[in-house]
Design a protein around this ligand. Structure first.
Ligand SMILES: [Zn+2]
Length: 278
């Protein structure tokens, strides 16, 4: 009979084999990027969508939401318009699996000092009132909305959880080997991913930001918003035109010059979507 430690060792070895054979490659719509994720008991995309919905509800119940009817209407109108365009595009492209589990929500948090917006898996979007002066109008809101919706569609939250999981592989395999129940193991995963308390503050990598910029441009164009306003919006964000300190939003985002260059590179394709819808 094997000792407990040798059992754990062989389990660990088997798990590593399982990990490397359970690599999934997903082709992200529009950008065509190959997103690699790993299996082995890591939370699935469906689980991350579900967990995000729970976290989003907690946040919306605890943060002050704007009761400015015009501003709330602006966010919801823009969000719904982009949602419909994205749903139509993905369905026609045979990529409706990227909408699985989506229950869209577009909320406006009453905070004039935060120049920010964010999105969680499953179509959960939030804007702070502080970003609206920089958006200026509905077109500007559509630039940010397209970008945030893109984070959700491209499963960036799931990708981050998965990356974090593989980095903490030893810990997790240990938990599984010790026979802890799945919910305990999952809690470890979420803590490892920093998702326990502040999923909203999840920082996206520059890769994710660039992808959200590009895809967001297409999404706003598909919804009938002129994508050529996007570079000017990001100029305003960069210069912090309203006199507020440089927004935190930008710190994890690509450098300004890189961002404008990439937006311009994606513009012809975005204008095709825009003109096709006119
Ligand atoms: Zn972003």
């Amino acid at each position: 009979m094997k000792s407990v430690s040798s059992k754990v060792k062989s389990l660990f070895a088997l798990s590593l084999i399982a990990l490397f054979t359970a690599c999934t490659t997903t082709t992200i719509p529009l950008t065509g990027r190959k997103q690699k994720t790993f299996g082995l008991g890591a939370p699935s995309n469906e689980q991350v969508v579900q967990y995000s919905a729970e976290a989003y509800k907690v946040l919306m119940d605890s943060l002050p939401l704007s009761n400015d009817v015009d501003k709330v209407g602006l966010i919801q109108r823009t969000g719904t318009r982009i949602q419909k365009a994205v749903e139509k595009h993905l369905t026609e492209a045979g990529q409706s699996e990227f909408l699985a589990g989506f229950e869209w929500e577009f909320n406006l948090i009453d905070n004039d000092t935060l120049v920010n917006a964010w999105a969680m898996s499953g179509g959960k979007v939030a804007f702070y009132t502080g970003i609206l002066p920089i958006c200026k109008d509905e077109q500007g809101v559509a630039v940010v909305m397209g970008h945030e919706v893109a984070h959700a569609i491209a499963r960036h939250g799931y990708e981050r959880v998965n990356q974090s999981f593989t980095k903490n592989l030893g810990l997790t395999v240990g938990a599984v080997a010790l026979g802890q129940n799945p919910s305990t193991t999952q809690r470890i995963i979420f803590q490892a991913a920093g998702l326990g308390t502040d999923i909203a503050l999840l920082k996206y990598s520059r890769l994710h930001e660039s992808e959200a910029d590009e895809m967001g441009l297409y999404f706003m164009a598909m919804a009938g918003y002129d994508p050529s306003v996007a570079p000017a919006f990001w100029e305003r964000m960069s210069s912090g035109s309203s006199g507020q300190r440089p927004p935190e939003f930008l710190s994890t985002h690509p450098s300004h010059e890189t961002r404008i260059e990439r937006l311009n590179a994606a513009m012809p394709k975005a204008l095709e979507y825009y003109n096709a819808g006119k």
